[in-house]
Design a protein around this ligand. Structure first.
Ligand code: NAI
Length: 304
Protein backbone atom coordinates (compact mmCIF):
# COMPACT_ATOMS: atom_id res chain seq x y z
CA UNK A 1 0.00 0.00 0.00
CA UNK A 2 1.36 3.41 -0.98
CA UNK A 3 -0.06 6.35 0.92
CA UNK A 4 -1.26 9.06 -1.49
CA UNK A 5 -2.97 12.41 -1.15
CA UNK A 6 -4.17 12.98 -4.71
CA UNK A 7 -7.00 15.52 -4.82
CA UNK A 8 -6.27 16.62 -1.24
CA UNK A 9 -5.22 20.05 -0.02
CA UNK A 10 -2.80 20.53 2.87
CA UNK A 11 -1.66 23.57 4.83
CA UNK A 12 1.74 23.28 6.49
CA UNK A 13 2.71 26.14 8.79
CA UNK A 14 6.34 27.14 9.22
CA UNK A 15 7.10 25.26 6.00
CA UNK A 16 9.91 27.50 4.77
CA UNK A 17 12.60 25.72 6.77
CA UNK A 18 13.48 22.58 8.68
CA UNK A 19 10.75 20.09 9.44
CA UNK A 20 7.91 22.11 7.92
CA UNK A 21 9.77 22.24 4.60
CA UNK A 22 10.23 18.45 4.73
CA UNK A 23 6.52 18.01 5.58
CA UNK A 24 5.44 20.18 2.64
CA UNK A 25 7.76 18.33 0.22
CA UNK A 26 6.62 14.92 1.48
CA UNK A 27 2.93 15.79 1.13
CA UNK A 28 3.46 17.25 -2.36
CA UNK A 29 5.52 14.22 -3.45
CA UNK A 30 2.54 12.06 -2.47
CA UNK A 31 0.11 14.13 -4.54
CA UNK A 32 -1.23 16.81 -2.17
CA UNK A 33 -1.64 20.43 -3.16
CA UNK A 34 0.16 22.40 -0.48
CA UNK A 35 -0.11 25.83 1.11
CA UNK A 36 3.46 26.54 2.16
CA UNK A 37 3.06 28.96 5.05
CA UNK A 38 5.99 30.75 6.62
CA UNK A 39 6.42 34.09 8.29
CA UNK A 40 10.11 33.84 7.44
CA UNK A 41 11.61 35.25 10.62
CA UNK A 42 14.68 34.10 12.54
CA UNK A 43 14.61 31.13 14.94
CA UNK A 44 13.79 33.48 17.83
CA UNK A 45 10.81 34.92 15.97
CA UNK A 46 12.34 38.24 14.95
CA UNK A 47 11.95 39.57 11.39
CA UNK A 48 9.91 38.32 8.42
CA UNK A 49 10.53 37.33 4.78
CA UNK A 50 8.56 35.44 2.14
CA UNK A 51 11.69 34.05 0.42
CA UNK A 52 11.84 30.70 2.24
CA UNK A 53 8.21 29.79 1.51
CA UNK A 54 8.61 30.83 -2.14
CA UNK A 55 11.69 28.61 -2.49
CA UNK A 56 9.76 25.59 -1.23
CA UNK A 57 6.93 26.32 -3.68
CA UNK A 58 9.48 26.43 -6.50
CA UNK A 59 10.90 23.04 -5.50
CA UNK A 60 7.40 21.53 -5.43
CA UNK A 61 6.46 23.04 -8.79
CA UNK A 62 9.73 21.93 -10.37
CA UNK A 63 8.82 18.36 -9.38
CA UNK A 64 5.42 18.75 -11.08
CA UNK A 65 3.39 19.48 -7.94
CA UNK A 66 1.06 22.32 -7.00
CA UNK A 67 1.73 24.74 -4.13
CA UNK A 68 1.17 28.31 -3.03
CA UNK A 69 3.29 30.42 -0.70
CA UNK A 70 1.68 32.20 2.22
CA UNK A 71 3.32 34.59 4.67
CA UNK A 72 0.76 34.61 7.48
CA UNK A 73 1.95 34.95 11.05
CA UNK A 74 0.17 32.05 12.78
CA UNK A 75 -0.17 34.14 15.92
CA UNK A 76 -2.52 36.54 14.07
CA UNK A 77 -5.97 35.10 13.44
CA UNK A 78 -6.95 37.48 10.60
CA UNK A 79 -3.84 36.53 8.65
CA UNK A 80 -4.49 32.84 9.21
CA UNK A 81 -8.11 33.19 8.19
CA UNK A 82 -7.00 34.90 4.98
CA UNK A 83 -4.65 31.93 4.40
CA UNK A 84 -7.56 29.48 4.68
CA UNK A 85 -9.57 31.68 2.29
CA UNK A 86 -6.63 31.68 -0.13
CA UNK A 87 -6.58 27.86 -0.13
CA UNK A 88 -10.36 27.66 -0.55
CA UNK A 89 -10.34 30.18 -3.41
CA UNK A 90 -7.63 28.24 -5.23
CA UNK A 91 -8.58 24.63 -4.53
CA UNK A 92 -12.00 24.62 -2.85
CA UNK A 93 -11.15 22.39 0.13
CA UNK A 94 -8.71 21.87 3.01
CA UNK A 95 -8.09 18.28 4.03
CA UNK A 96 -4.96 18.54 6.13
CA UNK A 97 -3.49 21.06 8.54
CA UNK A 98 -0.01 20.53 9.93
CA UNK A 99 0.59 22.96 12.81
CA UNK A 100 4.37 23.10 12.70
CA UNK A 101 5.46 26.76 12.94
CA UNK A 102 7.57 27.51 15.97
CA UNK A 103 10.23 29.62 17.61
CA UNK A 104 12.48 29.35 20.66
CA UNK A 105 13.32 31.86 23.40
CA UNK A 106 15.25 29.65 25.85
CA UNK A 107 16.26 30.88 29.30
CA UNK A 108 16.05 29.44 32.79
CA UNK A 109 12.74 30.41 34.40
CA UNK A 110 14.32 32.81 36.89
CA UNK A 111 15.92 34.77 34.04
CA UNK A 112 13.00 34.55 31.66
CA UNK A 113 11.23 37.69 30.67
CA UNK A 114 7.45 37.19 30.72
CA UNK A 115 7.31 38.73 27.23
CA UNK A 116 9.39 35.77 25.98
CA UNK A 117 7.03 33.40 27.71
CA UNK A 118 4.02 35.03 26.05
CA UNK A 119 5.57 35.20 22.58
CA UNK A 120 6.52 31.51 22.53
CA UNK A 121 3.06 30.60 23.74
CA UNK A 122 1.49 32.88 21.10
CA UNK A 123 3.30 31.16 18.25
CA UNK A 124 3.05 27.50 19.35
CA UNK A 125 -0.21 27.33 21.26
CA UNK A 126 -2.31 30.28 20.04
CA UNK A 127 -0.85 29.74 16.55
CA UNK A 128 -2.14 26.16 16.56
CA UNK A 129 -5.50 27.33 17.92
CA UNK A 130 -5.77 30.03 15.22
CA UNK A 131 -4.94 27.74 12.32
CA UNK A 132 -7.19 24.97 13.60
CA UNK A 133 -10.06 27.43 14.13
CA UNK A 134 -9.63 28.77 10.58
CA UNK A 135 -10.04 25.30 9.02
CA UNK A 136 -12.36 23.66 11.56
CA UNK A 137 -15.74 24.58 10.07
CA UNK A 138 -14.46 23.88 6.57
CA UNK A 139 -13.45 20.38 7.67
CA UNK A 140 -16.74 19.88 9.49
CA UNK A 141 -18.68 20.77 6.35
CA UNK A 142 -16.52 18.46 4.26
CA UNK A 143 -16.97 15.72 6.86
CA UNK A 144 -13.24 15.14 6.53
CA UNK A 145 -10.16 16.57 8.15
CA UNK A 146 -6.76 15.53 9.46
CA UNK A 147 -4.88 17.83 11.84
CA UNK A 148 -1.36 17.34 13.16
CA UNK A 149 -0.15 19.22 16.24
CA UNK A 150 3.58 19.50 16.83
CA UNK A 151 4.48 18.77 20.43
CA UNK A 152 7.89 18.12 21.96
CA UNK A 153 9.66 15.94 24.50
CA UNK A 154 10.47 19.29 26.20
CA UNK A 155 6.75 19.67 26.89
CA UNK A 156 5.95 16.06 27.73
CA UNK A 157 9.02 15.44 29.89
CA UNK A 158 10.69 18.83 30.52
CA UNK A 159 13.95 20.41 29.43
CA UNK A 160 16.14 22.96 31.21
CA UNK A 161 15.56 26.49 29.94
CA UNK A 162 12.37 25.68 28.05
CA UNK A 163 9.55 26.43 30.48
CA UNK A 164 7.83 28.71 27.92
CA UNK A 165 8.26 26.29 25.05
CA UNK A 166 7.43 23.21 27.13
CA UNK A 167 4.22 24.72 28.48
CA UNK A 168 3.08 25.68 24.98
CA UNK A 169 3.99 22.25 23.58
CA UNK A 170 2.01 20.52 26.32
CA UNK A 171 -0.81 22.97 25.64
CA UNK A 172 -1.26 21.71 22.10
CA UNK A 173 -1.84 18.22 23.51
CA UNK A 174 -4.62 19.62 25.69
CA UNK A 175 -6.10 21.24 22.61
CA UNK A 176 -5.91 17.91 20.77
CA UNK A 177 -7.58 15.98 23.60
CA UNK A 178 -10.80 17.96 23.35
CA UNK A 179 -10.81 18.46 19.58
CA UNK A 180 -10.58 14.70 19.12
CA UNK A 181 -13.89 14.39 20.95
CA UNK A 182 -15.54 17.33 19.16
CA UNK A 183 -14.25 16.34 15.71
CA UNK A 184 -15.13 12.65 15.81
CA UNK A 185 -18.61 12.95 14.25
CA UNK A 186 -17.26 15.04 11.38
CA UNK A 187 -14.51 12.51 10.61
CA UNK A 188 -11.83 14.92 11.77
CA UNK A 189 -8.84 13.17 13.34
CA UNK A 190 -6.20 14.97 15.35
CA UNK A 191 -2.79 13.58 16.22
CA UNK A 192 0.45 14.97 17.58
CA UNK A 193 3.98 14.58 16.30
CA UNK A 194 6.90 14.85 18.72
CA UNK A 195 9.84 15.30 16.37
CA UNK A 196 13.58 15.44 16.71
CA UNK A 197 15.74 16.74 13.89
CA UNK A 198 18.82 18.80 13.19
CA UNK A 199 17.40 22.14 12.07
CA UNK A 200 18.35 25.73 12.74
CA UNK A 201 16.19 25.44 15.89
CA UNK A 202 18.38 22.71 17.36
CA UNK A 203 21.66 23.87 15.79
CA UNK A 204 23.23 24.99 19.06
CA UNK A 205 21.87 22.09 21.10
CA UNK A 206 23.22 19.07 19.22
CA UNK A 207 26.65 17.52 18.67
CA UNK A 208 27.87 16.95 15.08
CA UNK A 209 27.66 13.11 15.18
CA UNK A 210 24.11 13.25 16.51
CA UNK A 211 23.08 15.78 13.84
CA UNK A 212 23.89 13.29 11.09
CA UNK A 213 21.36 10.84 12.49
CA UNK A 214 18.72 13.50 12.92
CA UNK A 215 17.60 14.19 9.37
CA UNK A 216 14.17 15.68 8.68
CA UNK A 217 12.87 13.14 6.15
CA UNK A 218 12.19 10.23 8.58
CA UNK A 219 10.19 12.68 10.72
CA UNK A 220 8.13 13.84 7.74
CA UNK A 221 7.23 10.19 7.05
CA UNK A 222 5.80 9.97 10.58
CA UNK A 223 3.77 13.11 9.88
CA UNK A 224 2.38 11.38 6.77
CA UNK A 225 1.18 8.49 8.97
CA UNK A 226 -0.68 10.97 11.20
CA UNK A 227 -2.60 12.74 8.42
CA UNK A 228 -3.56 10.17 5.78
CA UNK A 229 -7.06 8.78 5.31
CA UNK A 230 -6.48 5.80 7.66
CA UNK A 231 -4.53 7.82 10.21
CA UNK A 232 -4.91 6.95 13.88
CA UNK A 233 -6.77 9.41 16.09
CA UNK A 234 -5.52 10.97 19.33
CA UNK A 235 -2.02 9.57 18.98
CA UNK A 236 1.27 11.14 20.10
CA UNK A 237 3.93 9.78 17.76
CA UNK A 238 7.59 10.38 18.60
CA UNK A 239 9.93 10.39 15.61
CA UNK A 240 13.64 11.04 15.47
CA UNK A 241 16.77 9.48 14.02
CA UNK A 242 14.55 6.91 12.29
CA UNK A 243 13.24 5.68 15.66
CA UNK A 244 9.49 5.78 16.33
CA UNK A 245 7.46 5.38 19.53
CA UNK A 246 4.12 6.39 21.02
CA UNK A 247 3.57 8.37 24.23
CA UNK A 248 0.40 8.04 26.30
CA UNK A 249 -0.88 9.72 29.43
CA UNK A 250 -1.78 6.97 31.90
CA UNK A 251 -3.55 6.89 35.24
CA UNK A 252 -2.95 4.54 38.16
CA UNK A 253 -5.83 2.36 39.35
CA UNK A 254 -6.10 4.48 42.50
CA UNK A 255 -8.09 3.76 45.63
CA UNK A 256 -11.01 5.12 47.60
CA UNK A 257 -10.56 6.23 51.21
CA UNK A 258 -13.47 6.16 53.67
CA UNK A 259 -14.78 9.51 55.00
CA UNK A 260 -12.69 9.51 58.21
CA UNK A 261 -9.56 8.79 56.16
CA UNK A 262 -10.01 11.51 53.49
CA UNK A 263 -7.18 13.56 54.96
CA UNK A 264 -3.75 14.61 53.70
CA UNK A 265 -2.08 12.32 56.27
CA UNK A 266 -4.03 9.25 55.13
CA UNK A 267 -3.36 10.06 51.45
CA UNK A 268 0.35 10.15 52.33
CA UNK A 269 0.00 6.90 54.30
CA UNK A 270 -1.56 5.17 51.26
CA UNK A 271 0.73 6.84 48.71
CA UNK A 272 2.42 3.61 47.56
CA UNK A 273 -0.93 2.20 46.53
CA UNK A 274 -2.41 5.43 45.11
CA UNK A 275 0.66 6.03 42.95
CA UNK A 276 1.21 2.37 42.03
CA UNK A 277 1.13 2.11 38.25
CA UNK A 278 0.38 -1.61 38.08
CA UNK A 279 -2.71 -1.92 35.89
CA UNK A 280 -2.46 1.73 34.78
CA UNK A 281 -4.94 2.87 32.14
CA UNK A 282 -5.29 5.41 29.35
CA UNK A 283 -8.53 7.39 29.76
CA UNK A 284 -10.57 7.96 26.60
CA UNK A 285 -11.88 11.29 27.90
CA UNK A 286 -12.51 13.27 31.09
CA UNK A 287 -15.88 11.57 31.58
CA UNK A 288 -14.28 8.12 31.77
CA UNK A 289 -11.94 9.39 34.49
CA UNK A 290 -14.80 10.90 36.53
CA UNK A 291 -16.79 7.67 36.21
CA UNK A 292 -13.81 5.62 37.41
CA UNK A 293 -13.28 7.83 40.49
CA UNK A 294 -16.97 7.76 41.39
CA UNK A 295 -17.13 3.98 40.88
CA UNK A 296 -14.16 3.50 43.25
CA UNK A 297 -16.15 5.44 45.86
CA UNK A 298 -19.35 3.52 45.14
CA UNK A 299 -17.52 0.20 45.51
CA UNK A 300 -15.86 1.40 48.71
CA UNK A 301 -19.26 2.37 50.09
CA UNK A 302 -20.71 -0.96 49.03
CA UNK A 303 -23.33 0.59 46.72
CA UNK A 304 -21.91 -0.67 43.44
P1 NAI B 1 12.79 25.85 12.19
O1 NAI B 1 13.16 27.08 12.92
O2 NAI B 1 13.75 25.24 11.22
O3 NAI B 1 11.43 26.08 11.41
C1 NAI B 1 10.33 26.72 11.99
C2 NAI B 1 9.66 27.54 10.92
O4 NAI B 1 8.52 28.19 11.51
C3 NAI B 1 10.58 28.65 10.38
O5 NAI B 1 10.62 28.54 8.95
C4 NAI B 1 9.90 29.92 10.84
O6 NAI B 1 10.03 30.99 9.91
C5 NAI B 1 8.45 29.49 10.97
N1 NAI B 1 7.71 30.36 11.89
C6 NAI B 1 8.11 30.81 13.10
N2 NAI B 1 7.17 31.60 13.64
C7 NAI B 1 6.16 31.65 12.75
C8 NAI B 1 4.91 32.32 12.75
N3 NAI B 1 4.53 33.09 13.78
N4 NAI B 1 4.10 32.15 11.69
C9 NAI B 1 4.48 31.37 10.64
N5 NAI B 1 5.66 30.74 10.57
C10 NAI B 1 6.49 30.88 11.62
O7 NAI B 1 12.37 24.78 13.30
P2 NAI B 1 12.09 23.20 13.22
O8 NAI B 1 13.12 22.53 14.03
O9 NAI B 1 11.85 22.77 11.83
O10 NAI B 1 10.73 23.09 14.07
C11 NAI B 1 9.47 22.79 13.52
C12 NAI B 1 8.52 22.42 14.63
O11 NAI B 1 8.97 21.24 15.30
C13 NAI B 1 8.39 23.49 15.72
O12 NAI B 1 7.06 23.54 16.17
C14 NAI B 1 9.30 22.96 16.81
O13 NAI B 1 8.94 23.48 18.06
C15 NAI B 1 9.05 21.48 16.69
N6 NAI B 1 10.10 20.66 17.27
C16 NAI B 1 11.32 20.59 16.68
C17 NAI B 1 12.29 19.77 17.24
C18 NAI B 1 13.59 19.57 16.57
O14 NAI B 1 14.37 18.72 17.07
N7 NAI B 1 13.93 20.29 15.53
C19 NAI B 1 12.05 19.03 18.49
C20 NAI B 1 10.72 19.15 19.01
C21 NAI B 1 9.79 19.96 18.41
Amino acid sequence: MTIRFDGQVAIVTGAGNGLGRAHALALAARGAKVVVNDLGGAADGTGASSAAARDVVEVIEAAGGEAIANGANVAKFEEVQAMAEQAMARWGRIDILVNNAGILRDKSFSKMDLADFALVSDVHLTGSVNCTKAVWDIMREQQYGRIVMTTSSSGMYGNFGQSNYGAAKMGVLGLMNTLVIEGEKANIRINALAPGAATRMTEDLLQEEVKQLLTVEPVAEAMIVLCHADAPNHCILNAQAGSYSVTRLVESQGMWLPKDKQTAEEIVAHWDYIADHTGEKVMKNGGEHVMKMVMLAAKGLGVA
